[in-house]
Design a protein around this ligand. Sequence first.
Ligand SMILES: [Zn+2]
Length: 253
Amino acid sequence: MRLYSAEALLVDVLDLHDRDRIVAFLTREHGLKRGVAQGARRRYSRFAGQLQPLAKAEITWFEKDGRDLVRVRGVELLRPAHRLQADLEGLLLGSYLADHVLQFAQENEASDHLYRLLDSTIEALLAGAPRDLAARYFETWVLRLQGIFPPPRECPLCGRPFGAGGAVLPMDGDALVCVDCAAGAAGTRVGREVLDALLRFGRLDLGKLAAAPPGEAALRQIEALCARLRRRFLGHELKSWEVIQEARARLPG
Ligand SMILES: [Zn+2]
């Protein structure tokens, strides 16, 4: 049995029986880990108040060869995430971010980029960054880190830069192509404003983006594009995304 310790971001906390909890957490060095926090459901547990989704914590755990679940020994909260847990929209957004990590993170593999992306996105949200913008930035970057959705500079088929005409995501395609290469094929037309926003996502952090954010229409189209590419890659939709769409449809206006 070996003892480990690392700074981590909690992505999931589930009840296990009536005493324990299962915690999923992302680390830079070891990727995604899942562990049992024994006794965490008890009233006077040493984990009391520490196991908050999206919080940053110093986590200490034991690993045994051949076991998928580690045993969590200690959790020391470094940055709570109360602000994201205070209202329904924040909760839904939090579970959306966490869902990406649960689907895309590698277990037991260094995950420095994904860690930094999640860490900086949560940090920005806690500091008051616009939630819609942060969600679009995060989902775009998760796909980018997988190599699925590169910054749209040029057409992957003909190599020419996307001009004023924008790009097209063909119905059966998994990449944006230029209008000429799309040549009348059915697909989603992606205008210049959206391409420019996606290019800015690659250059600027959330703080700078928030100073001059893309418009509502561009954000909705980025969300739809990411959802299509993600669905194609995973073979299914993220549950939290569906819940967010339902909640949005019920909102007035
Ligand atoms: Zn082309």
